[in-house]
Structures are given as C-alpha cells and as structure tokens.
Design a protein around this ligand. Sequence first.
Ligand code: NAP
Length: 322
Amino acid sequence: MKKPLIYITRKIPNEVIESYFDSFDIRMWERADIPVPRDLLLKEMEHADALLCLLTESIDKELLEKATKLKIVANMAVGYDNVNIIAARNKGIIVTNTPDVLTDTTADLTFTLLMATARRIVEGNNFIKQDKWEHWSPLLLAGSDIHHKTIGIVGMGRIGQAVAKRAKGFEMEILYHNRSRNFEAEQEFQATFCKIDELLDKSDFVVSLVPLTKETRYMFNKTSFQKMKSSAIFINVSRGQVVDEAALYNALTSKEIAAAGLDVFGEEPIRSDHPLLNLENVLCLPHIGSASVETRMEMIALCLENISRVFNGKEPKTPVRG
Ligand code: NAP
C-alpha cells in the first residue's frame, strides 16, 4: 500500500524524522536557512497528504485549494496567524500547533530581553568592543531596576504565566490583562487583573504575549504608548503586527517611553535600515523566542506525532480549535 506523503517546508535533521520512514514517504525542502519558494510549495501541495510547515509559510486559501489530498497542517509554532483556519476547516483539514513544549524557553527569552533592555547589556558589550571604556563613572550605562518593579503582562496565557513565575522571583508586582480573568495566575503569582489602560498606566514593563488576531492587530498604538510611563520599557515577544511600529518609533524618539525590547516585527526579516534599529534604546532579536536546540527538536517531534496520530485514526495531540 502507498504510504502517506509528508511534505516538510524546511530541511530538518534526519535523526528527528528517521523513525517515521517506515510509515511515511517524506519530502523536504532542501535548505535549512531559506524558506521554500512559494511556487514550489504550491506544486508539492498537489501530492502531499500532510504538511509540516513554519510561520514563514502562508497557508492561505490559494494553497489549500491546491492541496486536494491534504489531511493535516502541522504548524511548527504555537501561534497560527499564518494559517487560514476557516479555509482549512471548510476543507476538513486538521490544523495543529506546538503549545506547551516552547512555553518555558519562550518565557526565558522574554525575561532575558526584559533584563537586557533594562540593564543595557548589548550597549555595554558594544561599548567595550568599540574601545569606548576609559573610566568607571557613577552613571555609566546606568539602566532601570527590575526587582520590585511592576510588570504588566498583556496576554496571561501559557507563556504569560511562565513569565509571571520568573517575575515573582524578582519580587515584582504583577499586573495582567486578558479578555477573561485567569484565576489560576491570580492565585499562584498574586497577579492583579487590570483593564488595558490601567495596566499601561501603572506598569514599569509592558510585556506583550497575546496571539495575533483581528482584535490584537495594532493593539499597541499611539494612544497606548501615550498612556505608558515615560520610564516604561515595552517588550514584545508575541507578533510584530500587534504593534504600530511607526507609533513605537515616535514614542521612543520623543521619550514618551524609555526603551523597547523586540523579538518580533511587522514584516520579517527586517534589514539594518529599519528605523527602529537606529535607536540606542531598542534591543532587537530575530524572532528567537523558542530557539533552543532542545525546544526546536521537541516542536518538530510534536508536529510529527500529530501527523502520525491523524494517519493512525487518532485525535492529534495539539489541535488548533480556534
Ligand atoms: P495562550 O496560552 O493562548 O495565551 C494567549 C493569551 O492572550 C491568553 O491569556 C488570552 O486570554 C490572551 N488574549 C487573546 N486575545 C486577547 C485580546 N484580544 N486581548 C487581550 N488578551 C488576549 O498562548 P501562548 O502559548 O502563551 O502564546 C502566546 C503568543 O506568543 C503566541 O500566540 C505567539 O504569537 C507568541 N509566541 C512567540 C514566540 C516567539 O518566538 N517570539 C514563541 C512562542 C509564542 P483571553 O483568551 O482570556 O483573552
């Protein structure tokens, strides 16, 4: 009997997939560093029974129309804003994501970014490497404290709670905003639920961990930055499009807020001429929230497990229900 065909949109190590060779035919885009060209992906979709894709691929109506045999899209990310969920559902195609396995790794990165931005770590590193260090001085590269400050987490979900856990270790006061209250987080971290305006007004660190949806697109805009403290630091590890980047740039240059740490951008990848990159009070990372070797391997393994379960007549482990 013909084995189901999995198409994987990026080259991944053989050791993660070899245990599936007996049950599946596996085809892969040959490069690890660049995304599969769209026209090739569309061609591959004519034959694939399963797709393992990344957030660099737009799984839209056009692609799903071509995918006449496709049963499952296993997206290697917890966010699934790159997938047209309704179009997939209408075609009976299952969509899965990778929640939980990346939660702690992404929370580690979020807190690293928060700390590095507050304490000007990259500036300090560049300062020495550029031979600018002549003397010790009282306010040389003085940043903001983190301990005992107020953190406002927008999106107190899995990663938000893991960030709250880290913030608690720094004896921070924790505020959060969701559409619905998270009583578990309130109890475990003594987190206080706030309306968004109150959170923006009171927080020393505003941390975005909401998914990108119609509701959250540009939720951080000119008025949001105006409501923040002038000493506030904005951290975004969710998706770039939750922020109006022009408004963020203006808020940073006019000192409406103090600094920003960004792992994600409206259009990725950004280039060195991006206006935000020219600001000293911005620390940028290339969307590496979940990028530890262990977690990336677990994410791939979870995608393959979901695919395997579907072809064995079982429920996938982590279906997208949204
Ligand atoms: P999650 O558990 O679903 O948490 C999302 C939280 O956002 C929930 O608490 C949800 O609460 C809240 N939320 C949703 N819509 C909202 C709205 N309109 N206004 C206010 N709050 C809203 O997801 P997660 O696993 O923590 O992941 C969060 C996001 O992080 C992902 O969607 C992804 O975009 C991003 N992420 C980025 C990286 C990276 O590499 N930078 C890595 C992993 C994840 P309510 O439903 O009650 O509103």
